[in-house]
Design a binder for this molecule. Structure first.
Ligand SMILES: CC(C)(COP(=O)(O)OP(=O)(O)OC[C@H]1O[C@@H](n2cnc3c(N)ncnc32)[C@H](O)[C@@H]1OP(=O)(O)O)[C@@H](O)C(=O)NCCC(=O)NCCS
Length: 434
């Protein structure tokens, strides 16, 4: 039996924090009020009115009141889930008590917000005993307000070595009758505080990229049936860097990321969805260079690769390396360098083809991808056969499963998705794999 999930969304692309109270504004709730009005690709999957680091300490009591007011008024129409973050610290009972008081206030049914609140985000957790304290506080909040036990989820920010190690205990701890840890939902990395906790240093003071933490969080989420989310990318105008980070995360199974601005929300909502059209590229060392489609052929337009036909074959130049090759050798070299990024339509096609083969009693089939690559006017046909079996099919399914989860839970994005892919592809993507 696979690990059970206890919540509604199976994928979360975006975790968007907003300051709950800003001093000096006529309306201190201005930022959460405007965030509550976001729709479509601008609205996150999980919205976090942030009563911790995004809000000044002396504004947090007002912040808790603002959350109640804004969520009571706009929560019903908000298209994503709502998970306020409260204060917490593994080393400070006073901070934990304050977070508890804020949860009690926010979840009070009198305020009218709790029916739209899906859970709480707990930062700065320590070892597994500390996670259980937070869980118990939420259980007390539920009991105090006559809410069903376990109805509020708990997400944590993993920003200490202790919390990172605690993820290894979750699978065992979550089933025990003495806690309600089944309420866990997201494991979210917090690289800034983690860097401090680890006493890490870099010459420039920049954050280390922490691929190990991201891997461990993804693994912890997979083992316990939770969802892994990467931490904030604070270079907020660097769209390309944010994209690179998300590509790197996705290769680890970490499909969600924190967003600090509405612009980052749009990028992070869109990025994990399969592209509308497929593209060929050449991989040169660490670099990937897109080929340009011209009449069904894929043309290389850069200077790093050169190709010349000679009397006894071809000369292929990559950077400063030249190779004398015959036709077969040339084809092999280009096949090694070329790669294809499939579109949503391609993925759906391959899955349909495999489903039809399975139906006809075949467990493995070969799928061919072929094209003509043009370098310096010389055309080379390349073709690659890939074996598809049930495991290939299942792995190919992740982007489709993500799309299906988005489509099912975010009707406010239907129009944009249909505009992007066309209604036909959307319909086929929704029925494949079921
Ligand atoms: C970083 C920050 C101060 C930048 O603000 P900015 O320079 O105004 O950002 P932008 O220009 O991209 O904002 C565009 C609009 O979106 C609003 N906005 C930006 N980030 C927002 C957020 N996180 N939540 C709600 N609204 C936000 C801005 O107020 C602005 O609204 P306006 O046009 O009505 O003035 C702001 O994005 C922010 O406070 N983000 C959250 C920080 C946070 O969560 N920190 C805790 C993480 S550890």
């Amino acid at each position: 039996m696979s690990t059970e999930r206890h919540y509604e969304r199976e994928f979360v692309r975006t975790f968007f924090t907003s300051p709950t109270a800003v001093k000096g504004e006529e309306d201190s709730a201005k930022m959460i009020r405007s965030a509550a009005g976001l729709r479509g690709m601008q609205a996150p999957d999980v919205w976090v009115p942030d009563n911790e680091d995004a809000t000044a300490p002396n504004m947090r009591d007002e912040g808790a009141r603002n959350i109640v007011e804004v969520v009571a008024e706009h929560g019903a129409d908000f298209p994503g889930e709502i998970h306020p973050r409260v204060v917490w610290h593994r080393d400070s009972p006073t901070t934990r008590y304050r977070g508890f008081q804020h949860m009690l206030a926010i979840a009070d049914p009198e305020g009218g917000a709790v029916e739209h609140i899906d859970g709480f985000v707990i930062p700065e957790v320590g070892d597994i005993d500390d996670w259980k304290k937070a869980d118990e506080f939420i259980t007390i909040v539920e009991n105090e307000h006559g809410l069903e036990e376990g109805s509020l989820s708990m997400s944590v920010i993993v920003e200490s070595g202790e919390a990172e190690l605690a993820m290894g205990d979750l699978r065992e701890e979550m089933g025990r009758p003495s806690n309600n840890l089944e309420r866990l939902f997201l494991l979210v990395d917090g690289e800034v505080d983690y860097t401090k906790d680890m006493r890490a240093m870099t010459p420039t003071g920049e954050l280390p990229p922490w691929p190990e933490l991201r891997h461990n969080t993804s693994r912890g989420a997979s083992a316990a049936g939770l969802i892994a989310v990467d931490g904030p990318y604070d270079d907020i105008r660097d769209v390309e860097g944010y994209h690179e980070r998300m590509v790197d995360n996705r290769a680890k199974g970490m499909l969600g990321i924190w967003s600090l601005t509405p612009r980052q929300v749009v990028e992070a909502n869109t990025s994990p969805l399969p592209p509308e059209s497929g593209r060929w590229l050449l991989e040169l060392g660490d670099e990937e260079i897109d080929l340009t489609e011209e009449d069904g052929r894929q043309v290389y337009e850069g200077d790093a690769v050169g190709l010349e036909e000679t009397d006894d074959g071809y000369v292929l130049r990559v950077g400063s390396d030249e190779q004398q090759l015959d036709e077969g050798g040339l084809r092999e070299e280009l096949l090694d360098m070329a790669a294809y990024v499939p579109s949503m339509d391609d993925i759906v096609n391959s899955m349909e083809e495999f489903e039809a083969a399975k139906e006809a009693g075949r467990g493995a089939i070969s799928m061919t991808r072929a094209t003509t690559v043009v370098v310096d006017g010389v055309e080379v046909e390349i073709s690659q056969d890939r074996m598809w079996d049930e495991a290939t099919y299942q792995a190919a399914q992740t982007p489709i499963a993500l799309f299906q989860d988005v489509y099912e839970h975010r009707p406010d994005q239907h129009e944009e998705l249909e505009e992007m892919y066309g209604a036909d592809v959307v319909e086929r993507a929704m029925s494949v794999g079921n």
